[in-house]
Design a protein around this ligand. Sequence first.
Ligand SMILES: [Ca+2]
Ligand SMILES: [Ca+2]
Length: 117
Amino acid sequence: MNHASKLSGLIALAAAVAMPMAFAQTAPTTDDGMQSEPPTAAPAPTAEPQQVTWADLDTDKDGALSKEEVATVPALAQVFDDADADADGKLTADEYKAHAQTTNADADAAGSDDGGQ
Ligand SMILES: [Ca+2]
Ligand SMILES: [Ca+2]
């Protein structure tokens, strides 16, 4: 004797309340240390990238970034020559914006490209 048991539509509503995890990390930045981190896989997930503003980089406050000023930001240092449209050794915000736009339009949805030097 086999009874085909019919399961009535039982809808279990799982209300998952996602609590935003706030990672408050106070990472003291070294003053003049060469930060050369080996690209080895770190056990911990990538920490929040440091937010660096234009003003932070513009240490001499002349409104433009010199190559030395962007030296701490590889992403900027790599594109410096390209972005420096008038090749005066200073990258202005306008120059950077213009370059970023071209790059965006060019790269389309290329995703994160982590090419070497
Ligand atoms: Ca500057
Ligand atoms: Ca320039």
